[in-house]
Design a protein around this ligand. Structure first.
Ligand code: PSU
Ligand code: MN
Length: 291
């Protein structure tokens, strides 16, 4: 991976929290491997990022990926956790924010995930806003995601991204992608239509400001594979009810909600999540290759 970067070959960063905490076993390891294969097939080098025995790894081996997918004591790491995790010498899966921090330090400019974190419902009193948002402000990468996870307060997340100065650009659409469903319910000012245009967007973004930070490219799921809107909304109501009754909060909230959606849809949400994250990895690879 380091050699690939040094040679100027296209590299795509992939996160490991979606593997360790976002998807159930055994689908999680299978998806982790499929993401790397998808990036390779699309002409780029995958760098799945995580922390092994406290050491950040930009480009996990297959054994390390399996360790994060199956381990019991794998911490969920945001960017602020990287120092403490190094001292504790434990294993950790990197969320979008920690993945961006390590990818930026390695010189990677493109990353893929499923749906980014953001403002949680009820954040007006809980103040639960994902570190993903400040990380998008901070680290100069283009992040391909199917928008914002639909369990969140999506319009509030879009407002925060505006305040933070993070561009949100639709891929072949002027509507925000809706994670498991096609439409996220928010109009976007900007759109690009091809990997080449997205690569040009990244270059222009990095050139336009002295301290550019990142940008979000929102890639909607193929309508043929999306979760049916009614089924999604019913499952979401159930999942949010489960969360409220459970008392689960803070960093456990997102994994809890994704698992609750999985239960409420008899596994359909996991299949859709797999499809959209693979599509994002393919698009990210095409953008990196076009850059
Ligand atoms: N996208 C997915 N599934 C996931 C995530 C993203 O399709 O599990 C993870 C990412 O690692 C993201 C995290 O950074 O969820 C957000 O967690 P929180 O809301 O606690 O910041
Ligand atoms: Mn949080």
């Amino acid at each position: 991976m380091a050699a690939a970067l040094a040679d100027g070959r296209p590299v795509v960063a992939l996160e490991s929290t979606i593997i360790a905490h976002g998807l159930p076993p055994p689908a999680n390891l299978e998806v982790g491997r499929a993401l790397e294969a998808a990036v390779q097939e699309a002409g780029a080098v995958p760098a799945t990022i995580g922390v092994i025995d406290g050491t950040p790894c930009v480009g996990l081996s297959d054994a390390e990926l399996a360790r994060l997918a199956t381990g019991r004591a794998v911490a969920k790491l945001a960017d602020r956790d990287l120092g403490p995790a190094a001292v504790a010498r434990g294993d950790g899966a990197t969320s979008v924010s920690a993945t961006l921090a390590l990818a930026a330090a390695a010189g990677i400019r493109v990353m893929a995930t499923g749906g980014i974190g953001g403002v949680h419902r009820g954040a007006g009193s809980s103040w639960d806003v994902s570190a993903d948002l400040c990380a998008l402000r901070r680290y100069p990468l283009l992040v391909v995601a199917a928008g914002v996870k639909s369990v969140l307060d999506v319009p509030a997340t879009v407002e925060r991204l505006e305040t933070l100065g993070v561009p949100v650009v639709g891929y072949r659409t002027h509507r925000l992608a809706g994670f498991l469903v096609v439409d996220g319910g928010v109009d976007l000012d900007w759109s690009v239509g091809s990997p080449g245009e997205a690569a040009a967007l990244l270059r222009a973004h990095l050139a336009a400001r002295s301290d550019p930070g990142g940008l979000l490219l929102a890639n909607p799921i193929d309508p043929a594979h999306a979760l049916d809107r009614g089924r999604h909304d019913r499952a979401l109501t159930e999942a949010l009810g489960d969360l409220a009754r459970s008392g689960v909060a803070a960093k456990a909230a997102t994994p809890f909600l994704l698992a609750a959606l999985d239960r409420a849809t008899d596994g359909a949400s996991v299949a859709v999540n797999r499809t959209l994250v693979l599509a994002n990895a393919r698009l990210a690879a095409a953008i990196a290759a076009a850059g």
